[in-house]
Structures are given as C-alpha cells and as structure tokens.
Design a protein around this ligand. Structure first.
Ligand code: B12
Length: 212
C-alpha cells in the first residue's frame, strides 16, 4: 500500500493520532502536498460520504473522519501555502445558515489566503445578516464566498445572496459560491458571480473576479 493510500485509510477510519506521522513520512518520501490532500484526504471524505449514503456508517463515524481530516489539514497547510506577499484584498467567507460543514470552506479559505487575500472567516451556520454586517464593516472588501454542503441548505445560500443584493451591497462585492451540491447552473440562477468545484480553482476564480 502506498503512503497516500495509508493516509486515505487513516482519514477514512478516523485515526487522528497517526495522521501527522503518515503525512510527514509521505512528504519525506517525496509525495507532493497537493496529492496528499487530493488523492489521500479529500478522496477519503468522499468514500466516507458514499458509505454514509449507503447506510454502512453513521454520523459518529463521519465525525471521527472529519476530525482526522482537520488534523491532516493542519499538518499539510504549511506545505501548500505559497509565499505570496501581494495583497489581493479582503475575502469574507462562511458556511450558510443551518449548515455545519466547514472542511471544504476552510480549504477554500486557506487556498485563497495563499493567493494573497486577507481572509475573514465567519465560521459555520452564518445567517444572511452576519454576512451583511461583515461586508458593511469592511468597505474595502470586494469578494464574498458562501459555502453549502447540504441540498437542504441550498435555499439558505440563495437567501444569503438575495439578502446581499437587497442590502445594496452588490456594487461593493462579487459573490462566489461552492460546496458539493452546488453547480455553475445553480450559481447563475441565484445571481452569484462565480462558482468553483474545488479550493484550487476557487483561488484562481477569486483573482479573476477582483480583477474584472
Ligand atoms: C464530514 C461530513 C460531515 C461532518 C462535518 C464536519 C465538519 N466539520 O465539516 C458531520 C458529521 C458534522 C456531518 C453532519 C451532517 N451531514 Co455530512 N458529510 C460529511 C462528508 C462525509 C464530507 C464533507 C467534506 O468535508 N468533504 C471534503 C471537502 C474538502 O469537500 P467539500 O466540502 O465538497 O468542499 C470542496 C468543494 O465543494 C469546494 N467548496 C466548498 N465550499 C466552497 C465555498 C466556495 C465559495 C467555493 C468557491 C468552493 C467551495 O471546495 C472545497 C475544497 O476542494 C459529506 C460527503 C461528501 N461527499 O461531501 C457528508 C454529507 C455532505 N453530509 C450529509 C448529511 C446528510 C449530513 C447530516 C444531515 C447527517 C445527519 N443525519 O445528521 C448532518 C448535517 C449537519 C448540518 N446541519 O450541517 C450528506 C448530504 C446529503 C444531501 N443531499 O444534502 C453528505 C453528502 C453525505 C451523503 N452522501 O449522504 N457531515
């Protein structure tokens, strides 16, 4: 079994204590940090999701896998961040109301920070008013990111975008949306300016949006 496969299994089965050692060994063997993240850790989370859907595992198993994933993200983070010194501007991000998933949002925040943005992370279960407050408190912010992982919180994403538009803040900020059930089509439908399926493309789209 390759080291990346070992990492995948450790995340999948929530073996938080051995993650650090495995990642360090993989890096020492010459594995790329981005491959460890994508092929090892993110792949593990999609396997966990499939198993949950199939009724083979339950919320507690998903939770321990998520904890192992978070531990892994902390270890891999310094190896993914570039020494970007440019200031691309401020980026406000949060997971929408009713949704507690934050692993993807945190990865997006990390990659966008690495692209030179100053990230203001509002956390999870963020009500539309909180996004509005944060945008008003940061008049120099030009970009907002909204994350939703549940089909049941897609309407909350729509609500947050509508609230930003209704508050007259659309001339100040561009809005980027994402999360497993979100598509470009949905993003267009709710009036968002950008969509990305993963954290790396989120960073490049963020740069494009502030430049346009
Ligand atoms: C881990 C997990 C949990 C953990 C979350 C822990 C945490 N701190 O995040 C816990 C156990 C708490 C959890 C709870 C629940 N979960 Co859950 N969970 C997952 C799981 C397995 C992995 C999610 C994840 O972290 N993926 C890895 C990251 C890296 O990927 P990502 O989140 O998609 O993010 C990437 C992109 O989407 C994008 N992106 C994400 N956000 C943004 C934002 C912007 C602006 C941009 C541009 C891009 C972007 O970039 C990211 C990085 O590449 C998914 C399965 C799956 N395949 O998604 C189920 C899943 C999302 N959960 C599901 C469900 C049903 C639930 C619960 C309702 C279960 C329950 N009965 O209680 C609760 C809901 C709680 C709530 N109110 O939010 C379902 C949703 C089904 C649906 N159709 O909506 C899924 C799909 C599992 C399944 N296959 O059934 N869950």
């Amino acid at each position: 079994m390759s080291k990346i496969q070992e990492i995948q299994q450790a995340v999948e089965f929530g073996k938080k204590k051995i993650i650090k050692g495995l990642i360090e060994e993989a890096l020492a063997e010459g594995c790329q940090a981005i491959d460890i993240l994508n092929q090892g850790m993110i792949e593990a989370m999609s396997i966990v999701g499939e198993k949950f859907k199939a009724g083979e595992i339950y919320v507690p198993e998903m939770l321990v896998a998520a904890r192992a994933m978070k531990e892994g993200v902390e270890i891999i983070k310094p190896h993914l961040l570039s020494d970007q010194n440019t200031v691309a501007g401020k980026f406000i991000i949060g997971t929408v109301e009713g949704d507690l998933h934050d692993i993807g949002k945190n990865l997006v925040a990390m990659m966008i920070e690495s692209a030179g943005f100053t990230v203001i992370d509002l956390g999870v279960d963020v009500a539309p008013e909180k996004f509005i407050e944060a945008i008003k408190a940061n008049p120099d912010c030009r970009l907002v990111g909204l994350s939703a992982l549940l089909t049941t919180t897609m309407p909350a994403l729509n609500k947050a975008v509508a609230a930003i538009i209704e508050a007259g803040l659309k001339s100040q900020v561009k809005i980027m949306v994402g999360g497993a059930p979100i598509s470009q089509e949905f993003a267009d439908k709710i009036g968002a300016d950008g969509f990305a399926a993963d954290a790396a493309s989120a960073a490049s789209i963020a740069k494009e949006l502030v430049a346009s």
